[in-house]
Unconditional design. Structure first.
Length: 691
């Protein structure tokens, strides 16, 4: 009889069986551990991976806001572009039918049926609408990746071709037209420095933008102008759907309620595109004229002009030359064009009206004048003698014997006896040298650099204006400490003399210069410049109306630091006497009258224009390379700033010409032309409204 019970016992005497049992037990323990690890320890992680395969987030692009000028002229809009796409899963099952579709489509869009070799490398580099593949190869790759997803065969076809294919879609199942949107700039070059352009989302902020719902390979990001500074207002918010998909990518159902796309807000700017075109023409025509008559070759191609409503701060025109054509950046940014712009020494990608600071020269003299009269350095009717040149001891400390330095007036024969308002009218250098830095017994104590800086800041120099554009330059109003830290030497007597004329270390943007004159035009009110008139929703309802913003009033708000007799700050502040502002206004009015520096540019003016001209010596890297920095014959920039009418100003304009040599002419004529055309447009609009 067989003993079954004995045979059921494990025979550990057999070494082979022992090894088998141990291996089997190890395998069982391993799988038990793996199951425990997968389901218990790392269960959440693997569940997340499974959900990633099962769940797909679909983002639906929204519509970017439209940009208008103040009169409703479109400056930036969205226009459709068309891609021809195939969804592999929707093609017929019969291979012959598929080939017929490919041949018919090939004839319509000029893409070969077969082209290119499929291997690991080419598949890795595959992208939609690739010129390296034919239709067959493109669809083969797409079907292996995601058969239910549209794949581009040819991108950016013309509307006629797109409509023809759309009409034939019933004969070509799986083939369809995908409509995209690109930015178009109808006014192009005329407004590019204000509008900017769109490009890919920068890598630096790509993670942040993706978290906010942007589609990295489709959505665009603003570069330059209001496309950049108002990115969040214009961009809107993409829609979002969370769906369940199968292994082939076919959508099965929504897992969450869909979130619909929210269109971007539309923006109405303060710009009048007509005046913008006038301002650009005024700059370019003046440049061309003087370049053509110059016996030494072209003088300049660089400049800027701004027109503002001084009562509201609305920018009516803002021109920077040279600039770029933003319509060349609509579909993609050409690498060669962008490199060309980036390497240009004139920096056309920068807005010279706000992003570049230059020595302001004589247009800065209103700061020295207002400070000197308000601090009673001299009385308004006190006559300062201008012999045409003076010598001043240039010293760096009270015990420094120094050396003699000559300072000259632009009128080398001198202006004779000069009071305040005529010092402005004639732009007398010696007057402002003496009241700014002091001169012997004639002006025992000048305004000095500390107090000069206080008045400069009160008039907007060295301050950000707050305009809604990126990259604004705040310029430089130097101090004694600044010079010690940055130049490694003490403040010298001559530094104050140069600063009193807006030279030396002082720099400012055209917008800051204009802001200082707007403050005078407004009798002390410093207003915030703005480029935004209204923000509108997609139905053109105003969601953010325009309200002028007064930043301060130098006749009411204490902005000027009070110093004691030893020049030490007291911690107290004071205002500017309104009478000082009125005297300054009178002096600026005389600039455009017979005898004033703006007499020729404003001859026959009927708009009661007040102005100040300026010629600012400089020596920068460009001038050094050209070898034109010569002591006693420095190159010079041209400035003119003006407002009109005198009694009730409604427009203020500044023009700057790099290396323009003489402010009264090179910058004066463009300013005059802009002001004249402003009033012509105003008259035209009134007649049109009345008729």
């Amino acid at each position: 009889m067989i003993d079954h019970q004995k045979n059921t016992k494990l025979d550990f005497s057999n070494k082979r069986l022992v090894v088998f049992y141990i291996v089997f037990l190890g395998i069982m323990l391993f799988y038990i551990y793996k199951l425990f690890s997968i389901q218990i320890i790392n269960g959440d992680y693997y569940l997340e991976l499974a959900d990633e395969n099962r769940i797909s987030v679909v983002k639906e692009q929204t519509t970017r806001g439209i940009i208008y000028d103040r009169n409703g002229v479109v400056l930036a809009r969205n226009v459709p572009t068309y891609d021809i796409v195939i969804t592999p899963a929707e093609l017929p099952e019969d291979e012959g039918d598929i080939q017929n579709i490919y041949r018919k489509l090939s004839a319509l869009i000029d893409v070969p049926v077969n082209k290119g070799e499929i291997n690991d490398e080419t598949v890795r580099l595959y992208s939609e609408c690739s010129p390296d593949f034919g239709i067959t190869q493109t669809v083969f790759i797409a079907s292996s990746l995601s058969p239910y997803k549209q794949t581009g065969i040819k991108c950016d076809v013309d509307e006629k071709t797109a409509m023809e294919i759309q009409e034939l879609s019933s004969e070509m199942p799986g083939v369809s037209v995908r409509v995209n949107s690109i930015r178009e700039y109808p006014t192009g070059y005329d407004t590019s420095e204000i509008i900017g352009f769109l490009g890919p989302i920068p890598d630096l902020i790509s993670d942040e933008m993706e978290e906010r719902g942007f589609i990295l390979d489709k959505d665009k990001y603003g570069y330059g102008g209001v496309e950049s500074s108002l990115q969040d207002i214009l961009s809107g918010k993409n829609g979002r759907r969370v769906v369940e998909v199968d292994v082939a990518g076919l959508e099965l159902r929504d897992l969450e309620p869909p979130k619909e796309p929210v269109p971007g807000y539309n923006i109405k700017l303060t710009i009048d595109v007509r005046l913008q075109q006038v301002a650009r023409a005024a700059l370019l025509d003046t440049m061309n004229f003087y370049n053509n008559i110059s016996v030494t070759g072209p003088i300049t191609y660089d400049g800027a002009a701004i027109a503002m409503n001084p009562k509201t701060g609305e920018i009516l025109a803002m021109v920077s030359e040279p600039t770029y054509d933003n319509n060349r950046m609509t579909r993609y940014i050409p690498a060669y064009y962008y490199q060309q712009l980036s390497m240009d020494l004139s920096k056309p990608l920068m807005n010279h009206a706000i992003q570049v600071a230059q020595p302001p020269g004589s247009v800065f003299k209103i700061v020295t004048g207002i400070g000197s009269i308000n601090e009673k350095v001299v009385a308004p009717d006190y006559y300062v003698h201008c012999p045409g040149h003076i010598f001043v001891t240039q010293s760096f400390s009270p015990n420094d014997p120094g050396s003699q330095q000559e300072y000259v007036c632009h009128l080398r024969t001198g202006h004779g006896q000069v009071d305040y308002i005529h010092a402005l009218a004639w732009s007398c250098n010696i007057y402002f040298n003496k009241v700014g830095g002091g001169y012997q017994n004639e002006v025992p104590e000048g305004l000095g650099i500390d107090r000069l800086g206080q008045y400069a800041h009160a008039l907007g120099y060295g301050e950000y204006s707050g305009i809604e554009l990126d990259g604004e330059e705040d310029g430089l109003i130097p101090t004694k400490t600044w010079k010690r830290v940055n130049q490694g030497e003490s403040w010298a007597t001559g530094d104050t003399y140069l600063a009193s004329m807006g030279q030396g270390y002082i720099t400012a943007s055209p917008l800051q210069v204009l802001g200082s004159f707007v403050t005078v035009a407004n009798r002390g009110i410093h207003i915030k410049p703005t480029i935004i008139r209204e923000v509108l929703d997609e139905r053109s309802n105003v969601v953010l109306p325009f309200t002028p913003q007064i930043l301060w009033d130098i006749t009411k708000d204490p902005k000027i630091m009070v110093y004691d007799e030893d020049g030490v700050e007291t911690g107290e502040y004071k205002t500017v006497d309104p009478k000082v502002i009125e005297l300054t206004r009178q002096g600026l009015r005389l600039v455009t009258q017979p005898g004033g520096t703006g007499e020729q540019a404003f001859a026959g003016d009927s708009h009661q224009t007040s102005a100040k001209t300026g010629t600012a010596e400089y020596c920068d890297d460009i001038a050094t390379q050209k070898g034109i920095c010569r002591f006693g014959a420095w190159p010079a920039h041209a400035w003119t700033v003006a407002y009109a009418p005198y009694d009730d100003p409604e427009i203020a304009v500044v023009a700057f010409m790099y290396n323009g040599k003489e402010g009264a002419f090179m910058a004066g004529y463009p300013v005059r032309r802009i002001i004249d055309n402003y009033f012509l447009l105003k008259e035209y609009d009134a007649e049109k409204a009345g008729g």
